[in-house]
Write a protein that binds this ligand. Sequence first.
Ligand code: ATP
Ligand code: MG
Length: 197
Amino acid sequence: MSTSLTVLHPKGGVGRSTTVYMLGAELALRGHRVALIDRDQGQHLSRIWQVYPLDIPGLDLGDNEDVDLRIIDTAPEVDSARALGYLREADWALVPVKGPEAGSVLALPLLMEWLDQANGARLIGFLPTMHHVRRAESKQWMAELHKLASAYGVRVFPPVGNLSTLAAYRLDGHPYAPVAEAIEHTLVTTPSVATPA
Ligand SMILES: Nc1ncnc2c1ncn2[C@@H]1O[C@H](COP(=O)(O)OP(=O)(O)OP(=O)(O)O)[C@@H](O)[C@H]1O
Ligand SMILES: [Mg+2]
């Protein structure tokens, strides 16, 4: 039985599909068998995959159970019933937080309510995406994100920079490496919640 990780946030355009694609690539390059699953009716990930398929052994798009990890891309949700469905089918949830900026941070209490109600997926952490290091707004909302995360006892991963700016290019590794390492740790230490104890 594979472990599953759902990538979700109530808002659109926060970096869910990019996270699924890049994180899947990083984990497959580390030797894990990974299935990317597109649960967004907008099918953005599937369309990107058609044009830019990744030729990495062990990585594929499709609802395949025979893998180590299933990474699930989701649609932006204001509908709590569907959000709860995503959270009940997964062992883990990863939450990309664009910016951080006001809209993506202020939606998090709603998401925490869903997690609580679903009583399914465990939250692996908040992942700031499209981060502008020098922007005052990012600094302010990064501080708010950390406050909220510590109130809920949630980890905040090192941010993925805004890769459309040259200044964001890192020389010290793949931007998704810290998340990939955390997930590798859960793969080793945590049995799937779908597996009876
Ligand atoms: N780190 C990044 N740096 C720069 N641009 C990014 C980054 N991550 C994502 N983007 C861009 O931001 C846009 C939204 O990203 P993405 O499609 O991954 O978000 P999403 O949450 O899946 O959106 P949707 O609601 O459309 O499903 C895309 O154009 C994507 O290329
Ligand atoms: Mg998407």
